[in-house]
Design a protein around this ligand. Structure first.
Ligand SMILES: [Zn+2]
Length: 291
């Protein structure tokens, strides 16, 4: 069985310490939480940053500090920065792409969110996709709807997305696609039909549905996203003590379904990303060792 890539969405734009004190908000909390999740088995970290008041921001300077800290403490881990629409408006959302992270999230269509419209107008989507090509950032397509998978295919066909799109099915956002097994199966069928039988895909569920989507994805050969961004509880009585605890739930599901957990090297291979350790090693060889 293909190893399962576990993505940990550590913070998001919405959860606060009042929801769960374990939500990492400052950069140093985020780095610590990521390291613990990495050691528990996560190979991708999906990142948002917050300002000093704890509000979501797209501030590239904060993203730079977070990326640098994660790269130092979790060598090899895939860093994915969010260009999601809760952190900023318009092109602010892509202000961190010049940092050249391994990956960034990309929403290719609009839909409703719990209290608002999640606006992804075509010109902004195209601009974000072009910036990702410019800075060699691999997009993760956030599919809140079936039409978003087809839009990713169109963008791939005409060159707006370079490599085979890596699609994440997001289910259980209020007012958007609910958690529905038949739709989930049809999503997989559609990805295989449009992108080939071996195209990797992943899935995320919100709230109590996080574990449901984790299990569906692990059992069906996909990759799984977990983390406090999407869900702050272990079950209805207990808050999740950490991002790592949520990662460990997915590791257990992998054991149950006999899927190995992907190392960062395997995750990079599956997603066709460069092996940074190799790059670092090459630099070390080329760089003089004395100061
Ligand atoms: Zn996010």
């Amino acid at each position: 069985m293909t190893p399962c890539i576990i993505c940990v969405a550590i913070t998001g734009s919405l959860p606060t310490k009042a929801n769960n004190p374990a939500v990492p908000v400052t950069i140093s909390e985020q780095i610590d939480s990521t390291q613990e999740a990495f050691e528990a088995g996560a190979s991708i970290v999906h990142c948002h940053v917050r300002d000093d008041e704890g509000r979501a921001t797209s501030d590239p300077e904060r993203f730079a500090r977070l990326k640098e800290g994660i790269e130092r403490h979790c060598p090899g881990m895939i860093v994915q920065l969010s260009t999601g629409g809760r952190s900023g408006a318009g092109r602010e959302r892509g202000a961190m792409l010049p940092l050249c992270p391994d990956m960034a999230s990309l929403s290719v269509g609009s839909n409703n969110f719990p209290t608002r419209v999640y606006e992804n107008p075509p010109d902004l989507v195209d601009w974000l996709a072009a910036e990702m090509i410019r800075y060699d950032v691999k997009p993760e397509i956030e599919a809140f709807d079936l039409s978003h998978i087809f839009q990713a295919e169109r963008m791939h066909r005409d060159g707006r997305i370079r490599a085979t799109p890596y699609v994440q099915f997001v289910m259980g956002v209020k007012n958007a696609m609910p958690v529905d097994r038949e739709v989930f199966d049809f999503y997989i069928h559609t990805v295989r039909r449009l992108f080939g039988p071996d195209a990797p895909w992943c899935a995320a569920g919100i709230g109590a549905n996080q574990i449901v989507l984790n299990e569906w994805a692990v059992a069906a050969g996909g990759h799984a996203r977990t983390g406090l961004e999407d869900n702050v509880r272990l079950d209805k009585d207990r808050l999740a003590p950490s991002n790592a605890a949520l990662v460990r739930r997915v590791v257990q599901l992998c054991e149950k379904h006999e899927r190995p957990v992907a190392s960062w090297q395997q995750a990079r291979e599956i997603l066709d990303l460069p092996t940074t350790a190799l790059a670092t090693a090459t630099t070390a060889v080329l760089a003089p060792s004395s100061p």
